[in-house]
Write a protein that binds this ligand. Structure first.
Ligand code: ZN
Length: 232
């Protein structure tokens, strides 16, 4: 995929798994270093893809802890996901600090504690020489975070094309999502490319400008209007 904003940046969107998740390979194509966003499904295929592209894995960016994004128990089966990645090719993985200890308890075990990096809102990471800005966007889950790289927003389950993440799950907070959408994501430049965590519509990507115009969840005038529409 043509990635906006950084000449050395490439981003590959891969639809993967039974929930139409998107994993992304975000790379510095000069340094040949890459990070995987939300590696939960078909880890061997993702690693083969990195090898084919001659990219060295330098980390995993985690948008939030739900099992369709990192693995774990999901619809009666256990998915190795991130755990498989870390044992096949150990690398740092970046999770929001709000929920960091639970990653080890719930999903991964203490053996990968050295690889976990708990990040805060507005942290800056690097893939090779490409900077990645972390935006904490709670609401769908307390640890939801988006990654701004070049002019591209990797949004996890916070913002979808034409929609937004569910807020009826354990740990969800509808008010927090409203503020994440209206006070954080809505303030990004209109030409920011939206790279969501699932394929839930006819378009694979969008822009913040389009979502501000057409996505109903970006258009509520007040928290009360939003909560009423969401059934609260
Ligand atoms: Zn989720």
């Amino acid at each position: 995929m043509e990635a906006q904003g950084e000449p050395r940046l490439s981003i590959k969107q891969i639809e993967i798994g039974p929930m139409a998740n998107y994993t992304y390979i975000v790379a510095d194509r000069i340094e040949r270093k890459a990070m995987l966003v939300d590696p939960a499904w078909d880890i061997s295929a993702l690693l083969a893809e990195l090898d084919e592209e001659d990219l060295e894995l330098s980390g995993a960016l985690i948008t939030h802890h739900h099992p369709d994004h990192i693995g774990g128990d999901f619809m009666g089966q256990h998915i190795e996901g991130l755990a498989e990645l870390l044992s096949a090719r150990p690398c740092k993985f970046y999770v929001h600090q709000a929920d960091a200890p639970s990653y080890l308890q719930r999903h991964l075990g203490p053996s990968v504690a050295d690889l976990l990096v708990a990040v805060a809102d507005e942290a800056t990471l690097e893939i090779g020489c490409v900077p990645v800005r972390v935006l904490h966007t709670p609401g769908h889950s307390p640890d939801s975070q988006c990654f701004l790289v070049g002019g591209n927003l990797v949004s996890g389950d916070t913002l979808f094309v034409g929609s937004c993440g569910r807020v009826d799950l354990p740990g969800s907070d509808p008010s927090a999502l409203y503020y994440s959408l209206t006070e954080k994501l809505k303030t990004l430049p209109d030409d920011t490319v939206l790279l969501p965590g699932h394929n839930y519509g006819s378009e694979l990507t969008s822009t913040i400008g389009k979502e501000k115009r057409f996505n109903p969840y970006m258009r509520f005038k007040s928290l009360d209007d939003y909560l009423r529409a969401m059934g609260y």
